[in-house]
Design a protein around this ligand. Structure first.
Ligand code: SP5
Ligand code: ZN
Length: 380
C-alpha cells in the first residue's frame, strides 16, 4: 500500500498549447489525473489521501519555492492572468500565451535582459515555449501541485516541526510517498516556465529537508539523488542542481528530443574537477525507438551512480511518456515494464526514504494501469 497524495485543485488548470503548428487543448490535461484516480479507486490497493492546501500551506510552499525561483517570476505566475484580463488582452476563458521570448543580444543596452515593463511582453520573458499558458485558475493548480510535494515530504520525515497538513497524521510516516503533482515541474528553471511546468516541484522537498536537518542535525548535510524517468530531459531540475555537490541528478531521456538544448551526456556538472559538484549530473540519452532492454542498461548505469552517491533521500521524477503509445515519447516501453523498472529502482536503495512525483505521460486511458504497474514493482 502506497500513500498517494492528491489535491482537487490540481484539476483546475486547463490550457491550450502550440503543438505541431496547431493551437490545441494541451496534452497535459486534468483528464490525466482523473484517469489515474479512477484506476487507484478501482484497484483498492493504495491509500489515497485527498488534501486541500490551506492559505498557510500555500504560504509555506511559496516560501520554499523562493529558494529555487526568483520572487519576480513567482509574482508573475500569480498575477499575469488577471493583469491581462484587466487590460482586455484575454477574456476570462482564454489563456495567456507568450509571443516574443527572451533575446540574449550582444548589442543590447540591457545585458542581461531585464523584465520588460509591458505586461504583454512579460509572458515571453518568463517562459521558453508555447505549451505553458496561464488561464484563470492556473496558479491555484500550480501552488496545489507544489504543496503536494511539500506535504508528501512531511510524511517521510519523523518531525512535527514540518508543516503537515491537518489531514495527515504523525503515525502515517512512510518510507515512500507518491504525490500526484499536476502541473509537473522538471522543465521550469528559476525564471522560466516551459514544457507544462511552472514550479519545479521536486526541489521543494530538498529545500524543506535541508532546513529540517539543519535545525535538528546541523553536523549532517543530507544528500539527495534525483532520478528522472520522464521521457524528456529535466532541463530545469538539471539547471537548479548543477552546481550542488549534495544533489545527484540522473536522467534517462530521448536523445535530441524536447527540450532540445540540454540533456547531453557531456553535461556532468561543473567542468572543474576540483569543484565539489563535478560529476554530480548524469545524463543518459537514448535514441528514439529504444527498447526496454536498452532502457534497462541505462537504468542500471544510473542506479549504480545513485547507490555510489549514498543519498539520504531518493526523489523520483516519474513520467509515463516513455510508454510506447505516448504522443510525445519515442521509447518502446509497455505497461508490465514499469513493474520491472520500479522493482530495479527500489531494490537498489531499499531503505532510503523516497518521494515519487508525477511528471509527464499523455496516454490518458493507460496512465492508471501504468502507474499501478510501477507501484506493484516498487512495493515488491
Ligand atoms: C512534463 C513533460 O512531459 N513535458 C513535455 C513537453 C513537451 N512539449 C513539446 C513537445 C514537442 C513535440 N513536437 C511534435 C510536434 C508534432 N506533433
Ligand atoms: Zn515528459
Amino acid at each position: 500500500t502506497m500513500i498517494i497524495l492528491h489535491d482537487e485543485a490540481t484539476l483546475l488548470h486547463e490550457t491550450v498549447e502550440l503543438l505541431g503548428s496547431k493551437l490545441r487543448p494541451a496534452l497535459e490535461s486534468p483528464e490525466r489525473i482523473k484517469a489515474i484516480l479512477a484506476s487507484i479507486h478501482e484497484a483498492q490497493t493504495h491509500d489515497l489521501r485527498t488534501i486541500s492546501a490551506s492559505a498557510e500551506d500555500q504560504n509555506t510552499t511559496l516560501e520554499l519555492a523562493k529558494e529555487s525561483h526568483s520572487t519576480d517570476y513567482l509574482k508573475h505566475l500569480q498575477t499575469v492572468f488577471s493583469e491581462w484580463l484587466a487590460q482586455g488582452l484575454v477574456t476570462a476563458h482564454e489563456n495567456v500565451l507568450p509571443e516574443c521570448f527572451r533575446i540574449y543580444s550582444a548589442t543590447s543596452a540591457h545585458k542581461p535582459p531585464r523584465p520588460p515593463k509591458d505586461i504583454y511582453a512579460r509572458a515571453g520573458y518568463y517562459a521558453f515555449d508555447m505549451s505553458t499558458g496561464m488561464m484563470q485558475n492556473s496558479w491555484a493548480s500550480i501552488i496545489a501541485s507544489a504543496n503536494l510535494a511539500v506535504q508528501a515530504t512531511g510524511l517521510l520525515s519523523p518531525s512535527s516541526s514540518l508543516p503537515l497538513s491537518s489531514t495527515i497524521k504523525d503515525n502515517d510516516l512512510r518510507r515512500s510517498v507518491l504525490a500526484l503533482t499536476r502541473p509537473p515541474g522538471h522543465h521550469c528553471t528559476g525564471t522560466q516556465a516551459g514544457g507544462y511546468c511552472y514550479i519545479n516541484n521536486i526541489l521543494l522537498p530538498i529545500t524543506l529537508l535541508r532546513r529540517h536537518h539543519h535545525q535538528r542535525q546541523p553536523n549532517h548535510t543530507p544528500r539527495f539523488a534525483i532520478l528522472d524517468l520522464d521521457f524528456h530531459h529535466g532541463n530545469g531540475t538539471q539547471e537548479l542542481t548543477y552546481y550542488d555537490a549534495d544533489i545527484l541528478y540522473v536522467s534517462i531521456h530521448g536523445e535530441d528530443e524536447f527540450p532540445y538544448y540540454t540533456g547531453s551526456a557531456s553535461e556532468t556538472g561543473p567542468p572543474d574537477p576540483d569543484h565539489a559538484a563535478h560529476g554530480t549530473n548524469l545524463n543518459l540519452p537514448l535514441p528514439p525507438g529504444s527498447s526496454f532492454s536498452t532502457y534497462l542498461e541505462s537504468l542500471s548505469i544510473g542506479l549504480d551512480a545513485v547507490k555510489q552517491f549514498k543519498p539520504d533521500y531518493l526523489l523520483v521524477s516519474l513520467g509515463f511518456d516513455t510508454f510506447h503509445l505516448d504522443p510525445l515519447g519515442k521509447f518502446d516501453i509497455e505497461t508490465e515494464d514499469y513493474k520491472t523498472m520500479a522493482a530495479r529502482v527500489r531494490s537498489t536503495v531499499p531503505d532510503v526514504p523516497a518521494l515519487i512525483l508525477l511528471e509527464g505521460g499523455y496516454v490518458i486511458e493507460r496512465l492508471g494501469v501504468n502507474l499501478l504497474s510501477f507501484l506493484e514493482g516498487w512495493e515488491g
